[in-house]
Ligand binder design. Sequence first.
Ligand code: LER
Ligand code: MN
Length: 276
Amino acid sequence: MSWKACVATSAGPTGFGPMLFAGRVRECIEVSRELGFGGVEISLRRPDELDRGELEALLRAARLELAALASGRMILEEGLSLADIDERGRARAVARIEELTDYGAAFGAPVIVGLVRGNKPPDGDLDGALERFVESMRECADHAAERGVGIVVEAINRYETALLNTAAQTVAAIERIGRPNVAVLLDAFHMNIEEVDVGAAIRATGARLGHFHLADSNRHAAGLGHIDFEPVVTALADAGYEGWLSAEVLPLPSDRAAAEQHARFTTSLSEPSRVS
Ligand code: LER
Ligand code: MN
């Protein structure tokens, strides 16, 4: 198994809870280096929030990669949505994702499309919203392809969005988008709510799985809740997944303790007993 471990942080302070060292990227990189992670996932609302040259220097010094750039804060904090019923709003969301893509491309990192996909529209027409999302994604994916990077679309539980809750819905959406540089992001926390069989859903996603958020049932670091990770890990191996196991988790009992638990858990995966 050749998974790489990282934690998810935020370039700026945020009301979005499951981030470690939010607004403290420098500290997050330092702790990640110390704990032996391979990279860091960063939630970026806009490119000027974090100087790219400075990030390059910090990552180079710590010998870490940029695992992915998350985009959820642009809807949570600015209301930008890829399924916006207002054409100018939709265009603004596409343009911002493209700006993040340009930023990520310097590191070879994909952009994560999570909540920025949008939610139930004012006219209640979910099919219409999905159609606008698919159109937006084609524009974003073509822009990303020109820069040699990808985009990953996350399945998110029903209490956060009405669009794309399960792995199967997300796979169907990326097939409809029809661009080879668009993959699926699965998050164990959301899967624990939405999937009938988490292992089967991972296996069915198969080669379309591009990124994985590792969090437990309570959104603490894996091992601190009640998800049975043995079938999850087995399914990731069966799916041939070789990407990141990124801890998008609450900073509980503290940022550092959560990061240490993620390090312990991911290290245990390469040991004979596998899951601790
Ligand atoms: C983001 O990765 C996520 O999991 C959602 O809960 C919010 O964007
Ligand atoms: Mn997630």
